[in-house]
Design a protein around this ligand. Structure first.
Ligand code: DX5
Ligand code: ZN
Length: 218
């Protein structure tokens, strides 16, 4: 069994005090801080860039997981590496034929790398990079906004991805992102996901330590 890691998405945090929010969520037990970077082109929303990440870095020793929802991610990868990201994930849909090279670029900067696919992209599409990645991220909502409803069809893809990872014999994390809550957490874990992103579910709960514990242990 792979270790379950809980990754609160700061998209649902209070942006006016982000450093404190990140410190708080780390103290509450978060293993990973999920950083949703949006450019208004790849997705219809804007969030934040490397400056915020760099300035929040001293507030936590948890893993900083930068999920880049941006076009031409290679243009900005060095800045995210410099900001202190421990892992950078890029979308297959944004990289196309450049995916392998982009992943290589991330690794060359001494940062872990991951590939992301949208709910309507087949797991087969990233098979060619499975040996190059530290993590595979499956979106269970269409990226762009927090607080959306989980797309249950993705459960089959989690199972397919888990099998693909198992075949490699490597220690590759399987992350699920979008609409995770108390009701579906068990389903995604049983399907094989081990890194669980949760934005609104964690930040809307007054007792963050309790919800993180629930998501981890249920
Ligand atoms: C969506 C983001 C997700 C999302 C998670 O574009 O990648 O990380 O904000 O938020 P919840 O858990 O509220 O769906
Ligand atoms: Zn995300």
């Amino acid at each position: 069994m792979k270790k379950i890691k809980i990754a609160p998405s700061i998209l649902s945090a209070d942006f006016s005090k982000m450093g404190q929010e990140i410190a708080d969520i780390t103290a509450a037990g978060a293993d990973v801080i999920h950083l949703d970077v949006m450019d208004g082109s790849f997705v219809r929303n804007l969030s934040f860039g490397p400056k915020l990440i760099k300035e929040c870095r001293p507030y936590s020793k948890a893993v900083f997981d930068a999920h880049l929802m941006i076009v031409n991610p290679w243009k900005y990868i060095p800045q995210f590496a410099d900001a202190g990201a421990d892992i950078i994930t890029v979308h297959h849909e944004a990289c196309g034929p450049m995916l392998k090279e982009t992943l290589r670029m991330i690794k060359s900067l001494g940062v872990k790398c991951g590939a992301v696919i949208n709910p309507n992209t087949d797991v087969k599409e990233i098979e060619h990079v499975i040996d190059d990645i530290d993590m595979l991220l499956l979106m269970s909502v269409y990226p762009g906004f927090g607080g959306q409803k989980f797309i249950p069809e993705v459960l089959t893809k989690i199972e397919q991805a888990a099998k693909l990872i198992e075949k490699t014999g490597k220690d590759i994390d399987l992350e699920i992102d979008g609409g995770i809550n108390k009701e579906n957490i068990k389903l995604v874990k049983d399907a094989g996901a081990n890194v669980i992103v949760a934005g609104s579910t964690v930040f809307n709960e007054p007792d963050r330590a309790a919800i993180i514990k629930y998501l981890r242990e249920v």
